[in-house]
Write a protein that binds this ligand. Structure first.
Ligand SMILES: Cc1cc2nc3c(=O)[nH]c(=O)nc-3n(C[C@H](O)[C@H](O)[C@H](O)COP(=O)(O)OP(=O)(O)OC[C@H]3O[C@@H](n4cnc5c(N)ncnc54)[C@H](O)[C@@H]3O)c2cc1C
Length: 305
């Protein structure tokens, strides 16, 4: 049984290749990274390079058609797609075209008795549900679920695909105001919450992040509601799920929607002036105190006053 994997994000594609290689090896098959527009993005594993008359990347409908065409060249009852905005659209399109089942946001994948199964966090990550569907199936996999594939580059096969006319046309190319920040890969995150009184106070949280060799993150009110930081900083159920070695929550109450995104952190430290704040229930270390005193004290202790 071969497995096809696709993500427009090269790091996520490498993680999917790991998951795919594990599933394929059990049945003597191979995992192939499907790569669009003849661009070899990964440096590991086997690849199917899609050659098309029209650009595919940026048009999820065309990508779905192209992956459907690639499936005809392999006996690939499992397709793993990175759970990004593009990936979710591609999975939806491919499911309709090829009549496939889709398992959303799953990890711990297995193929057993003609079914693909995986686990999915439910109730804001408090429980794991075992979900499954009949083969052939697509699994959407969030970043951080598997170690990136590290074996050397394998054979590259080209697949010529013919798709319908582009459904999306590019009118103009503008640089994105968004930063390239991707909190999912960060090892140290210092996240700011509504305990901050003003946008300018983000500077002390940033200084703590710098002192710890990390990056800054935020609860939803700071990024989505107040707009003090971009959407890419928003951690939690409706933002990004992170899994750093160290997560420091500064002035964050620890509501379930936020905690859902930080559960996989190795060590959680909370700074909050309310000793009843729910964040302390999920923290390994906690400091009950005013962040405007605690953070400067920490910076002094770290030799970065
Ligand atoms: C459908 C839905 C989805 C959501 N998704 C998300 C999500 O993905 N991510 C997310 O973060 N939220 C999400 N939320 C919002 C969530 O419910 C909370 O409202 C939010 O997480 C609270 O953010 P906060 O902890 O920064 O603010 P607050 O809850 O207001 O907490 C501020 C904390 O700061 C402390 N504090 C105040 N001043 C100081 C000080 N000087 N020193 C120290 N501590 C201080 C307070 O004691 C308090 O605990 C979602 C809500 C809904 C309804």
């Amino acid at each position: 049984m071969d497995v096809l994997v696709f993500s427009e994000n090269p790091h996520l594609a490498a993680e999917l290749l790991s998951a795919g290689a594990g599933l394929a090896a059990a049945s003597g098959g191979r995992a192939y990274s499907v790569e669009a527009d003849s661009v070899r993005q990964g440096t590991h594993g086997n690849a199917l390079l899609l050659r098309s008359e029209v650009p595919l990347l940026g048009d999820p409908a065309l990508l779905a058609e192209a992956i459907s065409a690639a499936r005809k060249t392999k006996v690939a009852p499992v397709v793993l797609i990175g759970s990004t905005k593009t990936g979710r659209m591609v999975a939806g399109g491919l499911a309709v075209l090829d009549q496939l089942c889709v398992l959303s946001d799953v990890r711990d994948l297995r193929v057993d008795g003609g079914r693909l199964t995986g686990t999915r966090g439910v109730y804001a990550g408090k429980f794991n549900a075992l979900v499954g569907g009949p083969l052939p199936s697509i699994a959407l996999i969030p970043q951080g679920s598997y170690e990136p594939f590290s074996e050397p580059s394998g054979p590259v096969e080209e697949v010529r695909v013919t798709t319908g006319p582009p459904k999306v046309s590019r009118e103009e190319l503008r640089s994105s105001a968004k930063s390239s920040l991707d909190l999912r890969g960060a090892k140290v995150i210092v996240a700011a919450g509504r305990g901050l009184k003003a946008k300018e106070d983000l500077a002390i949280v940033q200084r703590l992040a710098d002192a710890l060799g990390g990056v800054i993150g935020a609860s939803r009110p700071l990024s989505s509601d107040l707009g003090w930081l971009g959407e890419e900083y928003h951690i939690g159920l409706t933002g990004v799920y992170v899994h750093p070695d160290l997560y420091v929550a500064v002035g964050i109450s620890g509501q379930i929607q936020h905690v859902a995104g930080i559960r996989d952190s190795k060590v959680i430290v909370a700074i909050n002036r309310d000793k009843q704040a729910p964040i302390f229930q999920v923290s390994d270390y906690g400091v009950v105190g005013d962040l405007y005193e605690v953070v400067p004290a920490l910076l002094r202790a770290l030799g970065r006053p």
